[in-house]
Design a protein around this ligand. Structure first.
Ligand SMILES: Cc1cc2nc3c(=O)[nH]c(=O)nc-3n(C[C@H](O)[C@H](O)[C@H](O)COP(=O)(O)OP(=O)(O)OC[C@H]3O[C@@H](n4cnc5c(N)ncnc54)[C@H](O)[C@@H]3O)c2cc1C
Length: 369
């Protein structure tokens, strides 16, 4: 195999999206994945394309919403993508008003409309009556995470990207102060540019070249229901609950936190009764009529969060040639096209569409480095 211009570690949606944008600029790209495509969080997420609205995240989210429709139109296989918008609901007991939430989201650059409770119920008739109203984001969308991840993999292969699965990257080779290659379970790879798109597994690989990427793993569980009649293609959220009904008419839902367990900072893939109870009761308080729906699957995967709760995206100042795209928490599916495009601009020394200075991996360098 010819040496790649760029090697990407991780065939989740972040690594694949980086490959998609970089290969289109004419560079030779190889992705190295120790398991299968989408085997990390990417193939098992909630499928919401709904940006996290917060300083440090919003500009990436707005860019992602602009890029998704074109990305989808360039994919060779079905993804379950539907742009029906997202409705964030506000309960009668919530302190915030829909207008205040809408105003904040607009100030962060998003198109949103505050809706009355009656309008929310017109949009999604079986919603609970105990609502103050909601905020509708028409640009939000949904897609099946595994189908989408596989479709991007097919797309990048068709433009010459090599994807080596079942291959563990065990080290990063550096000469002087520059990356010169990777050590893998299938032999060494020579390359001058390496992108870590390894999600929560970034810290140990980065530590081998004394780069600190202090993101920690966080277990997140998702429930899948049986098929039922079509209720709505609109993404729904309320408090920590997120829920969508896919094109397959199943509900996919989860809820942050829980009554007995708080966040679980581990690589564990178990799902507790509390996870199920908390997610199901949150969904039923929003759509009471789903109470006889059966669950057909529950699973958990690991996302990665940084100590300051901002993504870690950028070029390391040392060693040169090392790029990082991690710390995406529960938002990496939404952000994938934006992260891929930004990283493609960094590796080719172009100005980035969005100012990512605050997201730099260098922010974790200690004074003695
Ligand atoms: C239950 C759940 C629901 C979610 N819902 C949503 C949602 O609705 N919307 C949203 O935007 N986001 C959601 N997310 C988050 C989203 O799924 C993640 O942010 C995203 O998938 C991260 O993608 P990634 O490619 O960065 O990481 P991953 O998908 O974790 O991929 C990293 C890959 O790197 C590989 N790897 C690691 N180390 C090595 C090594 N040394 N050598 C070779 N390969 C290596 C791993 O095997 C893995 O395949 C959810 C996550 C979960 C778990």
């Amino acid at each position: 195999m010819t040496d790649p211009d760029v090697a990407i570690v991780g065939a989740g949606i972040t690594g694949l999206s980086c490959a998609y944008y970089i290969a289109r600029l004419g560079l030779r790209v190889r992705i190295i994945e120790r398991q299968h495509i989408g085997e990390g969080a990417s193939g098992h997420g909630g499928g919401h394309i709904a940006p996290h609205v917060s300083p440090g995240w919003s500009s990436l989210g707005a860019l992602a919403l602009r890029l998704w429709p074109t990305l989808i139109s360039n994919l060779p296989s079905p993804t379950g993508y539907v742009q029906a918008g997202g409705l964030h609901l506000i309960g009668v007991d919530d302190a915030l008003d829909p207008e205040a939430v809408a105003e904040y989201r607009q100030s962060q650059g998003f198109v949103v409309h505050a809706l009355t409770a009656a309008r929310c119920q017109e949009l999604v008739p079986p919603l609970s009556r105990a609502l103050k109203g909601g905020v509708f984001s028409p640009k939000n969308a949904q897609a099946d995470p595994l189908l989408t991840t596989r479709a991007i993999a097919l797309a990048v292969r068709s433009i010459g990207v090599e994807i080596c699965t079942g291959t563990h990257v065990t080290g990063i080779q550096v000469a002087g102060n520059s990356v010169v290659g990777l050590n893998t379970s299938s032999g060494d790879v020579s390359t001058r540019r390496v992108i870590l798109a390894t999600g929560p597994w970034a810290p140990c690989l980065a530590a081998k070249v004394t780069v600190s990427i202090p993101c920690r793993p966080e277990r997140v569980a998702l429930m899948t229901s049986q098929q039922t009649q079509l209720i709505t293609p609109v993404l729904l959220s309320k408090g920590g609950l997120y829920c969508r009904q896919g094109l397959d008419r199943r509900f996919y839902f989860g809820a942050d936190g829980g009554s007995t367990s708080d966040l679980d900072f581990s690589f564990s893939r178990h799902v507790t009764f509390d996870d199920i109870h908390h997610a199901a009761s949150s969904l039923l308080s929003l759509i009471p009529g789903l109470d006889s729906l059966r669950l057909v699957a529950v699973h958990a995967r690991t996302v990665d969060s940084s100590p300051d709760e901002l993504p870690i995206i950028g070029a390391c100042s040392s060693p040169r040639g090392l790029f990082v795209a991690v710390g995406l928490e529960g938002h990496g599916f939404t952000l994938a096209p934006a992260v891929g495009r930004i990283i493609s601009q960094l590796v080719t020394d172009h100005k980035t569409d969005v100012d990512i200075t605050a997201l730099s991996p260098d922010r974790f360098r200690s004074a003695r480095d």
